[in-house]
Design a protein around this ligand. Structure first.
Ligand SMILES: C[S@@+](CC[C@H](N)C(=O)[O-])C[C@H]1O[C@@H](n2cnc3c(N)ncnc32)[C@H](O)[C@@H]1O
Length: 211
């Protein structure tokens, strides 16, 4: 999903920092062999996360929504040696694929997998994180946002994916997921003391940071 012509998107990707060969292999494997590969963040969004991690000197990442582990690996590759990615998902099969590819990467050791629903996992996490990436079940976006605001390091960044939801966010009452994302977006917009930008990159990346 992209709001710009494919050739412009490719040009942008080709002029941006790219993930490793292992990440590319994982992406290709997912597209060819795993159901739901349109859920992958893709290379354009990967390059934005890469840039944010470097810009924010991020050391610890919490991710809601592992899937086959592409975004977790992309982020791990940008962290210092003692950096950490903690990633949460409920799908045993896709998490097995993720671990298989992470094990091929020197950065895989930075990644810890929590195999639980996001709501249950966040109950057990007390640490503060430098970057939280929200990319799991849309109906809980507002819950994940609230938890993230409370567990963000002072200079931390929250990145929320799919916040345009293919443009459906323009229309209230379409379905539960759309309304949940709309509610989340209104909540972000109403936050005071935070700087926010909703970027039309892929399916919408909402960036939030304490002012
Ligand atoms: C959009 S995909 C994540 C894609 C991944 N971030 C990437 O780009 O490589 C969303 C994931 O959220 C997971 N998920 C769905 N409901 C969940 C829940 N209640 N708790 C945690 N994860 C959930 C799904 O199993 C799916 O793998």
């Amino acid at each position: 999903m992209s709001w710009i012509p494919e050739e412009i998107q490719s040009y942008c990707v080709n002029h941006s920092t790219r993930p490793s060969e292992i990440a590319k292999k994982l992406q290709d494997f997912t597209v060819q062999s795993v159901h739901g590969s349109n859920m992958l963040i893709g290379e354009m969004e990967a390059s934005v996360l890469t840039f944010l991690i470097k810009l924010g000197r991020v050391r610890s990442v919490l991710e809601f929504g592992t899937y086959t582990g592409y975004s977790a690996l992309v982020m791990a590759e940008q962290l210092p040696d003692d950096g950490t990615v903690t990633t949460i998902d409920v799908n045993v099969e896709t998490c097995k694929i993720a671990r298989r590819f992470w094990d091929e990467s020197p950065h895989g050791k930075k990644i810890t997998q929590i195999l639980k629903p996001g709501l249950a996992a966040m109950e057990e996490l007390t640490a503060k994180f430098d970057l939280v990436f929200i990319d799991a079940d849309k109906n809980n976006y507002s819950n994940y946002l609230q938890w993230s605001l409370e567990h963000l390091s002072p200079t931390g960044i929250i990145v929320v994916d799919n916040t345009l939801w293919s443009g459906k966010v323009l229309t209230p009452g379409l379905d539960r997921q759309t309304d949940s994302i709309r509610e989340h977006n209104e909540r972000v917009n109403s936050l005071s003391g935070y700087t926010k930008t909703l970027l039309p990159i892929r399916d919408g990346m909402y960036l939030i940071q304490k002012t």
